[in-house]
Design a protein around this ligand. Structure first.
Ligand code: NAP
Ligand code: G4F
Length: 329
């Protein structure tokens, strides 16, 4: 039997997994995390929580390892945040992305169905599923037209979640999450690539920043707000799907201008665009309508776009300064 307030997080070493682990610990949950084996441990984002977490080795590619994990932990809630989550990599590794990001979802759902179909399940779906959307802003009803192998894989993950809910009566929810960032964001994503570069340039460790499409527009929010929405979905009476978004869009250019401004730099002196960072197919604009989540979950974002970017720049300035002092010492 599953125990109240025991949760299993896949992808706990990633940005969202780390924020959710902290959020659930504050709510007195017993938190278990799935980690994949690596030759070097990759626990930086959860280092401050390590003593309070139980980590288990399993892999999205290995069905039996996931079944054994769910059997051992007997959670009440499973949050599936694990995925190959970087869109450009999905163009060069489309099959692996499909294995992790699409079939990985079915493997977790199958494990739950086998072990205890009453376990509540959250799937981290993505606004990339909308792709070149014909309707703005995007809602739960907007048709998907993905523009990357990642987006196509997430669309499978979304629909298989809906299917397990409808076929087996499972409490399976899909959060259609727009871009969300934080100081824990991976450095290859554009927000963190920019805030890290602004800090390094400010401190004399880098000369320039090379980006791709400066005109792309995204609906950027704060990761901490998004994991709270995931938790709220699993506390409802009925399972459902929800768009999670700020409802405001900004261009990559605006993000760069803001971040460099917080570092007291003029972005135009340091940023250039190179076609090598353009994607085979781009999504020019994404903007979400989270009215349903606001209405039914009472969810509201708490961090504005300028505050988010300021926090990221400040965190990168502090970290780069410490690294520089460490190198000198
Ligand atoms: P992230 O930082 O890239 O974290 C991904 C996590 O998945 C990492 O813990 C990674 O482990 C794990 N993982 C990858 N392949 C795995 C495998 N085969 N077996 C087990 N674990 C594996 O991503 P994030 O930004 O936190 O996003 C969390 C989830 O939300 C992802 O599913 C992403 O696609 C989705 N999402 C994110 C956003 C966003 O803007 N952040 C928006 C919409 C949806 P390692 O540390 O070992 O690599
Ligand atoms: O930061 P990005 O790489 O995020 P992207 O592709 O929107 O995907 C993120 O959000 C999705 C939700 O919509 C998640 F599902 C997904 O897992 C991931 O977290 O790129 C944002 C925009 C793109 O239009 C890209 O072309 O920034 C543009 N961009 C311009 N120059 C760049 C760069 N992106 C990256 N990564 N690096 C650049 O140099």
């Amino acid at each position: 039997m599953s125990t109240p307030r025991r949760a299993l997080i896949t992808g706990i070493t990633g940005q969202d997994g780390a924020y959710l682990a902290e959020f659930l610990l504050e709510k007195q949950y017993e938190v278990h995390g799935m980690v994949r084996r690596a030759s070097t441990e990759n626990f930086e984002r959860i280092a401050h929580l390590h003593d309070r977490l139980t980590l288990h080795q399993a892999d999205l590619l290995d069905q039996l390892s996931i079944i054994n994990l769910v059997q051992d932990v007997q959670p009440r809630e499973v949050y599936n945040f694990a995925a190959q989550s970087f869109v450009p990599t999905s163009f060069v590794q489309p099959l692996l992305t499909g294995e992790f990001t699409a079939l990985g979802v079915a493997r977790v759902l199958e494990a739950i169905r086998l072990v205890d179909p009453a376990i509540r399940f959250f799937q981290a779906s993505s606004s990339e599923m909308f792709g070149q959307a014909r309707q703005t802003p995007q809602t739960e009803e907007t048709p998907f037209r993905p523009r990357s192998p990642y987006g196509a894989a997430k669309a499978y993950g979304h629909w298989i979640t809906v299917n397990y809910r409808e076929s087996y009566g499972m409490f399976a929810c899909s959060g259609i999450m727009f871009n969300h960032e934080s100081p824990l964001r991976g450095k290859e994503f554009v927000s963190r690539k920019i805030t890290d570069a602004a800090a390094r340039i400010k401190l004399g460790l880098q000369d320039e920043l090379v980006l791709g499409n400066l005109d792309a527009r995204r609906d950027w929010g704060f990761a901490g707000d998004f994991v709270r929405a995931a938790w709220l979905m699993l506390q409802q009476e009925r399972p459902d799907d929800y768009v999670i978004a700020s409802g405001k869009t900004h261009s990559v250019r605006e993000l760069a201008e803001l971040a460099f401004g917080y570092a007291e730099l003029d972005w135009r002196e340091y940023v250039r665009s190179d076609p090598k960072f353009l994607r085979p197919a781009e999504i020019n604009n994404l903007c979400g309508d989270a009215s349903k989540a606001r209405r039914l979950l009472s969810w509201e974002p708490t961090v504005s776009f300028p505050d988010l970017i300021r926090q990221m720049v400040e965190a990168d300035l502090k970290r780069v300064r410490q690294e520089r002092e460490g190198i000198k010492g």
